[in-house]
Design a protein around this ligand. Sequence first.
Ligand code: NAI
Ligand code: MG
Length: 329
Amino acid sequence: MYNIAIISGDGIGQEVMDSCEYLLDKLDIEFSFDYGEAGFDCFNKNGTTLPEETIKIANKSDAVLFGASTSTPGQPSPIINLRKALSVYANIRPIRSYRGVNCIRDDIDFVIVRENTEGLYSQVEYGDEEKMIAERRITRSASERISKAAFNLCIKREESKVTCVHKSNVLKKTDGVFKESFYKVSKNYPQIKTEDYYVDAMAMYLITHPQKFDVIVSSNLFGDILSDESAGLIGGLGLAPSGNIGDHNGLFEPVHGSAPDIAGKYIANPCSMILSASMMLDYLGEWEISNDIKQAVEKVMADCKIRTPDLGGDASTMDVTKAIVRELI
Ligand code: NAI
Ligand code: MG
């Protein structure tokens, strides 16, 4: 029996989480769910985007599922603070092409490993009327830790290369440390090839030859931006799952946000949330069922019949969810 913390958030976060729970209920695994609030609706109700109670529920769970939340003006981001509170420092974002989906190429299969605890997402900003400063904190310890996570993931995925992305020609000190840490850690993995690119060039290479990458490691903001770009290569954010892994907990969430433009229409693509749940099951050691879910999503995509409007179809979130469940049982 696994204790899972469910934090749906708002907007389509709630809709894709309903679909994910529907699927989890059909599996031959026992779960107990604890529910936590976070996000915009939560702020309007409780005066905070991330109540202490939610952090407690997440902390005592075996793993956390997070939907998405709309940003609240003047308030910190609940997901960034939750990742920090749980010390889930490695944000793992797999990107691959699916048969039947309009991808830029059909042989894309890489993973972005994004540092989750510092960088430009420190949320430390200050200044005056005229000038505002945002703190971009990069430490050797966090940079080495994320590089190590990237190399270990490269071994787990049986791949051969890790690419470090930075901007050390301009951010000489902060990204100097990030790059140096990467090459220091690489010495412990002599069997794995290494390379590094400036983030602006990398933004282009991801479009010109995305098939050449295996594991990409970057700091918080760059990793976030490259993830959405990468999702665009494979049909959009509806197919981009993620896991946030630490030494003691794992938090799994789609890469996308609350999508206010489609919220309430029940047409959000549930695949990124469902694939995030598959990553959670892999993390929990339920490898077989994790793999079955991935294959069920692949099958439904390849069939090209039941799909949400973002992929050119007219099915609802629940239609797609049920089609995936039908492949599973
Ligand atoms: P977004 O990821 O919510 O949406 C970007 C575009 O992708 C929209 O056109 C949306 O309709 C589409 N999209 C996203 N997920 C989809 C899905 N599952 N199925 C079909 N289409 C999908 O990003 P946006 O619009 O920049 O931000 C909306 C809100 O979400 C903002 O308040 C933002 O701060 C928040 N946000 C929250 C995140 C989180 O909770 N982890 C992450 C990113 C943004
Ligand atoms: Mg993002």
